[in-house]
Design a protein around this ligand. Structure first.
Ligand code: C2O
Ligand code: CU
Ligand code: CU
Length: 467
């Protein structure tokens, strides 16, 4: 089956599932589970400043499509895996048991931590089948993070190995409702099993699934009171799909992103979320009681003329019948964050794609990982990089272990108001983005495209921070 017909199959099955026939709806678990939010992992440590959880990576059965079973890989049998809840300053201890028939590790995407806990192959021997490993580190920053394997990540993540971490801090907005939104997709055959075929089209754009999922569910429903100040913690864990979110009659007030709250919230009619990125948004639920709204994935042209033809339905938002809540206001400001010093870039990293001996490769400075020469940085140094994307498609750049801030796009300085701590950022096709980071932790830190098919085929490098 070609990639195109697979996509069609997906649209058809989504259309069937979202047509809202009563029998299908009745199969959905009742509220409040209808949203499919992951349950919190039990904390076994009595010390209030230590969160200690057990995770087991193993195969499990899951039903994404009505009446069809998919054998997934999952943390504690759940897709998404269990939610890890903590407060800023807490120590997190995670005992991982590998019950997969293959090696694995956990990488803590976006979290600033000691290098030995990063889970990347440069710093951790993969955990053998049957093996265990304990991760332990202090959570320095409030925000919404996620975790996933960093061994065969292209395969393990798309099969369900991902989970989220919510770290609470000071000065958080008081919302009436707060919900987690884990965006992903799955490429399934008609019998419900994963389609493992891959062709150049899927490699080029990243493996987009034919079933689009929110919290591991097709078209879950979110119930909110009219007027409710609703906070959504959004992450895109898909291998390749970009999500471009829209909710009719609503605007997203963006209050935070990868590295936590931002000082200057802004409004977005549509919210673009690339693989790996997070957004923290507020909205005030609007509509007559009983209104059903559809959260959609809107077309976005991310290169090679592949913009979606039609919006794809993702979830239903139901405005409840209860009394309208009023007097809720959207915040205009958030906590300050330290601005890193700017200046001209001293290093350029160039991303591109090419056929090398008839195989599609994704290049950093003309080379593929592990042949990309490492960048050396002194501990504590601040460095400015020009991230140059020469390709005809967007690549979401991700840096391990540190936040970075955007200084300029194609040489034009980014407004002061846009200050944000990022760890994953879209590098638009044929453009240069100037970013700054401070490297305060020694060790070997990866950077790579978070389209996993690209990372796997070369688009990855290393920054070595001296001791
Ligand atoms: Cu979420 Cu190295 O990545
Ligand atoms: Cu990461
Ligand atoms: Cu890429």
């Amino acid at each position: 089956m070609s990639a195109r017909s697979r996509v069609l199959l997906g649209v058809v099955s989504l259309a069937l599932l979202s047509s809202g026939c009563a029998a299908e709806r009745a199969e959905e678990p009742p509220a409040p589970d209808a949203w499919g939010e992951p349950a919190a992992a039990p904390d076994s440590n009595p010390d209030p400043r230590i969160v200690e959880v057990e995770l087991e990576a193993r195969a499990a059965e899951k039903s994404f499509l009505e009446g069809k079973t998919t054998t997934v890989l999952a943390y504690n049998g759940a897709v998404p895996g269990p939610l890890i809840e903590a407060n800023v300053g807490d120590t997190l201890v995670v005992h991982l048991k590998n019950s997969l028939p293959e090696e694995t590790t956990i990488h803590w995407h976006g979290i600033r931590l000691p290098n030995a806990m990063d889970g990347a192959p440069a710093v951790q021997e993969p955990i053998a089948p049957g093996g265990t490993f304990t991760y332990q580190f202090t959570l320095r920053d409030a925000g919404f993070y996620w975790f996933h394997p960093h061994v065969m990540e292209e395969e393990q993540i798309r099969r369900g190995l991902f989970g989220v971490i919510r770290v609470r801090g000071e000065g958080e907005p008081q919302a009436d409702v707060e919900k987690i939104v884990v965006l992903s997709d799955a490429l399934l055959k008609e019998d419900g099993s994963f389609d493992d075929d891959i062709d150049d089209e899927l490699i080029m754009m990243g493996r987009e699934g034919n079933v689009v999922l929110v919290n591991g569910k097709v078209m879950p429903a979110l119930d909110v009171q009219p007027g409710a100040l609703t906070r959504l913690r959004i992450v895109n864990v898909a291998n390749g799909r970009f999500f471009h979110l829209a909710l009719p009659g609503h605007t997203f007030r963006v209050i935070g992103t990868d590295g936590g709250l931002i000082p200057r919230p802004y409004d977005a009619e549509k919210l673009l979320v690339a693989p790996g990125e997070r957004y923290d948004v507020l909205l005030i639920a609007q509509g007559e009681p009983g209104t059903e709204l559809t959260l959609t994935n809107e077309p976005y042209e991310r290169g090679h003329h592949t913009g979606l033809a039609d919006p794809v339905p993702l979830a239903t938002v139901r405005i409840g019948a209860g009394p309208a809540l009023s007097g809720r206001a959207l915040p205009d400001s958030g906590p300050a964050i330290e601005r890193l010093p700017g200046g001209a870039a001293d290093t350029t990293i160039t991303f591109d794609e090419a056929y090398v001996e008839r195989e599609l490769k994704f290049l950093v400075d003309g080379k593929t990982h592990p042949d990309v020469p490492p960048i050396h940085v002194e501990r504590g140094a601040t460095r400015v990089f020009d991230l140059k994307n020469d390709a005809e498609m967007d690549h979401p750049f991700h840096l391990h272990g540190f936040f970075f801030q955007v200084l300029a796009r194609d040489g034009v300085a980014v407004a002061d108001e846009a200050l944000a701590n990022k760890d994953t950022l879209i590098l638009p096709q044929r453009s240069t983005t100037t970013v700054v980071a401070r490297f305060d932790e020694p060790g070997h830190w990866m950077y790579h495209c978070h389209i996993l098919e690209h990372a796997e085929r070369g688009m990855m490098g290393e920054i070595i921070v001296s001791h």
